[in-house]
Design a protein around this ligand. Structure first.
Ligand code: SAM
Length: 293
């Protein structure tokens, strides 16, 4: 992460949601509320993202986006929206089963907390993110319900997870929680990931859940999407967001302890979430893990 700029990948994901919501083939996968919230972020962030938003909304841009995907990471846009759908389903299920607190770490410009905040009136939400990214979200949505939606800035690469800051912002470690870390852990070192797992467990009563994504290490040890081109490696490094950590499913079972792994969902599972995607390119390499305290 560059310390003075919002995460470029978070902005890219926001633009992807706007793009796919306008595409008749995928529009059902992204709600209008989610697309509108992402559009508000892009509109408010800077003159460049405002221009990009205008372009993304044009029908003629769709084939250009497809072509760009082909030379960067084939199937990444569909991966983003299906990953979000899978995580939202897991979080809704945790809340229906009694979690009263939802904490999204590395939330970026994800609209999930805003959507669930409307849906579940008795639930409290926290968004934790690098201050450089979070600043833009708080600035854009200045009229948020501060009673139930809290923003806590943390740079997780330089300091450990600040439990005190969360508790000061009304988090109750005696209540059941669901934690989310989507598209975040690959930017942290193994030591930081491992310490984060332990800290979150210490704040979680039995029955709490942790939904996170990780990059599955390739056979040659590289940490990247299967279809990722060298251009993307270069871009991530240039933007200060190189992938630092990846693992295998079996290594992860040990690493997450004292959390218990309940389930992994990979590209094949994501494809099953909705009909009509047979034959559609879908990026492979990032896996969703559901763990329980
Ligand atoms: C790829 S984006 C994912 C955003 C969001 N979770 C989503 O999936 O739409 C990565 C997020 O991790 C956050 N992040 C990266 N490094 C971080 C750090 N050192 N401390 C806190 N947050 C960090 C970025 O600010 C950004 O919001």
């Amino acid at each position: 992460m560059q310390n003075d700029q919002a995460s470029r990948t978070a902005l890219l994901i926001a633009a992807s949601l706007v793009l796919l919501h306008r595409d008749p083939k995928y529009s059902d996968l992204v709600s209008k509320t989610a697309a509108d919230l992402c559009a508000q972020i892009l509109d408010a962030h800077s003159a460049r993202t405002r221009l990009f938003l205008k372009i993304v909304r044009q029908d003629w841009f769709r084939p250009i986006a497809k072509l760009t995907e082909r030379i960067t990471i084939r199937g990444i846009l569909l991966h983003y929206v299906l990953r979000k759908k899978c995580i939202a389903d897991l979080v809704r299920s945790a809340v229906i089963n009694g979690a009263k607190q939802v904490v999204i770490i590395g939330a970026g410009f994800d609209p999930l907390s805003f959507e669930l905040h409307q849906e579940f009136q008795g639930v409290h939400f926290w968004e934790i993110d690098h201050p450089a990214t979070q600043h833009y979200k708080v600035r854009t949505f200045s009229k948020i319900d501060a009673e139930r939606l809290h923003f806590v800035g943390m740079d997780l690469s330089t300091t450990a997870f600040d439990s005190e800051a969360l508790i000061k912002n009304s988090f109750d470690s005696t209540e059941r929680a669901v934690w989310i870390a989507e598209g975040l852990l690959m930017y942290l070192t193994l030591e930081r990931v491992s310490s984060l797992m332990r800290t979150l467990k210490s704040l979680s009563v039995p029955g709490s859940r942790f939904v996170f994504t990780f990059m599955e290490k390739q056979r040659d040890g590289r940490i990247r999407f299967d279809s990722q081109s060298k251009l993307v490696d270069w871009w991530l490094c240039r933007r200060g967001e190189p992938f630092l950590w990846g693992t295998t499913r079996s290594e992860l079972v040990d690493l997450v302890r004292p959390w218990q792994v309940v389930r992994f969902s990979d590209h094949d599972d994501l494809r099953e979430l909705t009909s009509g995607l047979a034959g559609e390119p879908l990026a492979k390499g990032e896996v969703i893990c559901l763990a329980e305290a």
